[in-house]
Design a protein around this ligand. Structure first.
Ligand SMILES: [Fe+2]
Length: 160
């Protein structure tokens, strides 16, 4: 990687891998969640995540780079951690609180990644791409807020 354009491309491939892994992990989380609102939050974000993956693919096509090529090891680790947690927990309310904690780690990771990508896109003069990435970033923030509300309003208290 010799310049910001190359670094930007690397970040896009990393985000593509992260979104791809999430499209496989979120259905499992939705299936496990017994709380209706939490289940819906996972299902809704799965649909958004599919769209996020499509957006990155479109951006890569536009830049004439392969979307595939990187494995996002951080996302691999976050998903593994969530899976391990689900194996260990045996109380349903604690499971819900913990699932939110794991999912918010994922959202924060994505917010960081997209925040960087938006900035690079702007600095490189890719105005339309920056707008597309910003749309995803806004949706990641929204998903994080939804999870936060669920935790604060009900699910943490139930787990006490
Ligand atoms: Fe996403």
């Amino acid at each position: 990687m010799k310049n910001l354009e190359a670094l930007f491309e690397h970040q896009l491939q990393d985000l593509y891998s992260a979104e791809d892994q999430l499209t496989k992990a979120l259905p499992k989380m939705a299936k496990k969640a017994k709380d209706a609102k939490l289940k819906k939050a996972f299902e809704d974000h799965l649909e958004e995540t599919k769209e996020h993956k499509t957006r990155i693919k479109e951006i890569c096509d536009e830049l004439d780079i392969k979307a595939k090529g990187e494995t996002c090891k951080a996302m691999e680790g976050l998903i593994k951690e969530a899976e391990d947690f689900l194996k260990e927990v045996d109380d349903e309310d604690v499971m819900h609180a913990g699932m939110i904690a794991e999912a918010q780690r994922v959202e924060h990771y994505e917010i960081s990644g997209y925040g960087t990508a938006v900035r690079y896109a702007k600095e490189l003069g890719h105005k339309d791409i920056a707008a597309k990435l910003q749309k995803t970033l806004d949706e990641e923030y929204k998903a994080d807020t939804t999870l936060n509300d669920l935790a604060e309003k009900r699910l943490n208290k139930k787990a006490i």
